[in-house]
Each structure stands twice: as C-alpha cells, then as structure tokens.
Design a protein around this ligand. Structure first.
Ligand code: EPZ
Length: 415
C-alpha cells in the first residue's frame, strides 16, 4: 500500500503551475460521445478518474488516446452504449455518459454508481430530467436503462442544485428537438467550461453560469478542439498550503475569478493575496484568524474546499464553525485530524473547530479525495512526521501533488 510521508514545519516558497480541472475534463470528454469525428482536448489532468473514463469509452468502441495532458477521442464507431458496474463504481462521474448516449444512440445502459464515502449521492434528478426530455428510464439489475427515439426539449426544474445533473441534461438537450430550459441549474465554472466546449461543437446554449440555462437542440454537432480550464480546487488547495505553513507561493495557470468565496475567506483568516493575470500570490501569516464557513453551490464556498479549509482552521487562534450543507457525510477527515491533535467537535452538519497552537505528525488514513488533501495540508504544518495511507484517493484528483509540493520546499515523499 503506497503512503505519503511528510516531515512538517517547512514554510513553502516558490511557484507552482496548476493542472487542468478534473471536474471540467470529465463532462467534456463525455461530450465527445455526442458526434462522430476526432475531438482534440488539451490541458487534461493525468489522473486516475480520467484514465477510468477513457476505459469506459473504449469499452463502447470509442478510440481514446491519452498522452501527457492531451486526449484525442473519436466516437465514430460507437457500438455498445454500456457503462459496466466494475468501472462505474470506481468513478461515479461515469454517470455523465448517460445523457450523451441517449442523445446520440437513443439508448444507454449505465450502472447505478452506488454509494460513496461522502454521501448517498443519488442521481434521481438526472433521471427525472431525461424522462422530461422524453426518454423512458428503467432500473434493471443495478443498471439504468434509458431509451428514446428522439429527445424533445422540455422545461426542467432542479429542486436541488446538481453539478453533473446540470451537465448531463445540458449534453442531452444539445441534440433534442426544440428548446430546453434548465431552471435552478448549477452555476459552477466547470458547467460553463462544458457549455463553451459544446458551443464550439455547434450547440446553441445560453445562460451557462447562471441558474437558467437555455439550450436550443440542433440536428448534428461537430468535433471540438478544446483546452480544459484550470482546476480551481487544486488552486485552492495550494492557496491553503501557503497559508497553513506561513510561506509565500505564486500560483500560475489558474483563474482567480473562479475562487471569490475562498479568496475572501482565506484573506479573512489573515493571508495576504495578490491577484495577477492568470496567477495569484499567497503570503501566509504566523497568526491564523478563525473564520466561519458554510458550503454552498457556486458562487458560494465550495464543498470541495471544506476539508482543506478545516485544516487551516485547526491552527487558528480561536474557534470557527464549518457548516457542510451539500453532502451529508463529509466530515470523515475530522477523526484523522484529531489524531494530529486538532480539537474538533461535529454536531450534525456543523463542525466546531477550536484552534490549537500546534498539530503533531501522526499516521493517518485518507477516506476520500478532498479529505486526503486536508491531511496532507495538516502534515505540512504539523511538528514531526505524518504518514498518510490510502493515497489512491488523492491520485484521483491531484496530478503530481508531491512533486509540486516538494518543489515548494516541502519535505514530502511517496513510499
Ligand atoms: C460534483 O459532484 C463534483 N464532481 C463533486 O466533486 C462536487 O463535490 C459536487 O459536484 C458539488 O460541488 C464532479 O463534478 C465530477 P451534485 P455531483 O450532483 O455532481 C444531491 C470532487 O471532490 N443530488 O452537485 O455528484 C447530492 O446528493 C467531487 O472532485 C441529489 O439528491 O454533486 C448532493 O447532496 C466530490 N440528486 C447535492 O445534490 C441528484 O440527482 C449536490 O450534488 C443529484 C444530486
């Protein structure tokens, strides 16, 4: 079992370049199913999840070449519109092939993703939307089986904001007959990135980035050549790495405007942030101030930064309250942070974090992708050695994180 070993206490200094966004690359790759021809994607992060999605597409007869950070995919010979359980259960975002397959092939058989460490994460809204667009949807032996002659535009209202639900239905609606309105749609930058890619393919989409998205279906789409946006959660993770170690780090290839909520909270916690063109500089201070956060759909504070921010608050001079409103079980990192000396009480969906003067390194276990990042961050600041196990969680969402951190002066290695 691979582990990451960190000897904490080093102030991080220097420059880091951010990779492409996992949560934009995944839906944009799925959009390659919507038409024949060769799609060329660049700035694709080389991550386990992107490799897994490639396997799922290859299973369907798609040509998929992933070299470095470039993906070339061609779904001309798309044969079987199936996504098997053994692959889907390792990467629930595979549900993103559902909309494109029904739109392109008129049918799809995709395994239900099953549960996940951070919550039940049902896909009922994805299925509701497909039915509204005229598909018949059945659950058979753990699979979603969806069929439609031709999808027809509809008015779809999401009672809960869902990122991949919005993305799935935006892709399905791109080839539906007539106009589709997605109301209470997700406003995440990754949704906008997908809309930009679909527009490049010839789709007719208005309002991406707002809560009302209008899609006028077209007969056919054409292959895209597209560069994936920078990963805002990786950016946020490196912002915290500078703040928590009291270092000063310049972050390049990032998009600061995707992170308003995080930037305002990290500034409130005492870090100095200067915004440049596609870059930002973070200087941590010795004194970390306590700050309350509540996770919300974009443009609110991102749930994917909650665990990382909690590590920073564990060393604040005072008490902060962290309220997780998106997922019902996203505090699995708390028990591990406690092993490092953090003083955190969980009350339902809130965590009360009493800052301590120092954390001490310890053997800890990653439980999900962002929890593993929070343990790495705590290890960077802790006294002594931290050994993080089950780091396959980390590799799902961060490209070369230990190389990037050691280039900033961290004493970190993968064993
Ligand atoms: C996306 O997941 C991201 N993943 C998640 O990032 C992120 O945490 C999440 O959005 C919220 O921002 C990708 O984009 C691949 P949701 P998604 O549908 O789309 C409920 C990471 O660390 N819901 O917006 O699955 C759901 O249970 C990952 O990179 C329904 O009830 O999240 C949750 O409580 C983790 N029914 C809430 O909505 C549905 O049909 C938000 O979920 C769909 C969702």
């Amino acid at each position: 079992m691979k582990t990451i070993i960190i000897n904490g206490g080093k102030k991080l200094r220097g420059e880091v370049a951010i990779s492409g966004a996992k949560n934009a690359a995944l839906p944009i790759i799925a959009a390659g199913l919507l038409c024949e021809g060769e799609h060329r994607l660049t700035n694709v992060p080389h991550l386990a999840d992107v490799v897994t999605l490639g396997k799922i597409l290859q299973n369907m007869g798609v040509r998929y070449d992933f070299k470095g950070n470039d993906v070339v995919l061609d779904s001309t010979n798309l044969a079987s519109p199936e996504a098997p359980y053994d692959l889907v259960r390792t990467m629930r975002a595979s549900v993103l092939v559902l909309g494109p397959l029904v739109a392109r092939m008129g049918k799809a058989r995709v395994s239900l993703p099953g549960g996940c460490a951070i919550g039940a994460r049902p896909i009922n809204l994805h299925l509701m939307g497909l039915e509204k667009l005229g598909a018949t949807v059945e659950i058979e032996h753990g699979y979603v089986v969806a069929r439609a002659k031709r999808l027809r535009g509809a008015h779809i209202y999401f009672d809960i904001v869902t990122v991949t639900g919005t993305e799935n239905l935006m892709m399905a609606a791109a080839l539906a007959e007539g106009e589709t309105i997605l109301e209470n749609a997700a406003r995440e930058p990754e949704v906008v990135d997908l809309a930009d890619a679909l527009t490049q393919m010839g789709a007719n989409i208005e309002g991406a980035g707002t809560d009302i998205i209008k899609i006028k279906g077209v007969e056919k789409l054409r292959p895209m050549t597209y560069a994936v946006m920078p990963d805002r959660i990786e950016t946020g993770t490196f912002i915290i790495s500078a703040a928590i170690t009291g270092g000063s780090v310049t972050i390049r290839n990032c998009e600061p405007k995707h992170l308003d909520a995080l930037l305002s909270k990290v500034t409130e916690a005492g870090a100095d942030i200067t915004i440049g063109d596609g870059a930002l500089r973070v200087a941590g201070r010795r004194k970390i101030r306590p700050v309350n956060i509540k996770t919300l759909p974009h443009p609110g504070f991102p749930t994917d930064m909650q665990a990382q921010f909690m590590s920073l608050m564990a060393l604040a001079e005072g008490t902060s309250v962290i309220n997780e409103t998106i997922f019902e079980n996203r505090f699995t990192h708390v028990a591990e942070l406690r092993r490092m000396g953090a003083d955190i009480q969980v009350e339902g969906r809130s965590a009360i974090v009493k800052g301590v003067r120092r954390l001490s390194g310890a053997p800890v276990m990653a439980t999900d992708l962002r929890a593993s990042a929070s343990l790495i961050l705590a290890g960077l600041a802790a006294e002594g050695q931290t050994v993080v196990s089950r780091i396959y969680h980390l590799d799902r969402g961060y490209e070369n994180i230990e190389q990037k951190l050691s280039a900033l002066g961290a004493d970190i290695k993968r064993v």
